[in-house]
Design a protein around this ligand. Sequence first.
Ligand code: COA
Length: 171
Amino acid sequence: MTTIIRHVRPGDISALIDLASETFLDSFGNYHTPENCDAFIAQSHNAEVYEKAIADPLQLLLLAERHGEFQAYLYAKPTTLPVSERLLSAHELSKIYTRRSCQGQGIGVRLLQNWERWAKTQDQKDVILGVWSENHDAQRFYNRHGYNKISEYKLSVGDVQDTDFIYHKSL
Ligand SMILES: CC(C)(COP(=O)(O)OP(=O)(O)OC[C@H]1O[C@@H](n2cnc3c(N)ncnc32)[C@H](O)[C@@H]1OP(=O)(O)O)[C@@H](O)C(=O)NCCC(=O)NCCS
């Protein structure tokens, strides 16, 4: 059976939090102190955030699953990024993570395309996202799929301020 992309259901939340924590630590654990990682995970990946996302028709929470294993997830929502007036109603890719052992198999692009198709059905003309200035792999992935940098801003990870780039794509 191949990987399927589907909506997250309430019964998935606990395993999703495990996946989100594991993939965050694998990706960025070396760049932050354990305390800052714990603070970021507790704030961003908790049951309340995901329960609200599932219940809110303006948010999208997708899973990639194969043989019952959660391989990747995507979380998107109305933007809270500091953007110009014109983009205040854009939809934002908040998180996309593929488990390390599953990267480079085309799962990320399937999640991205599912979100873009969904955003079009919501009459969205613009999609945006924030990406860490040092995350060159993800920047290349987004560039390859039609996203361009439009600005940058500071993001707090625990008590550290990172520079994030804002990328945009017209649908
Ligand atoms: C960015 C990320 C989500 C991409 O997910 P992914 O599942 O690896 O994405 P894909 O497999 O679709 O594409 C990744 C690469 O594999 C290649 N690829 C795509 N399909 C492929 C396939 N069937 N076989 C082999 N390689 C493939 C693509 O060319 C792509 O290369 P690129 O990075 O140069 O664009 C993933 O690398 C990740 O989780 N990174 C760490 C967390 C992160 O940085 N998240 C983004 C925060 S802003």
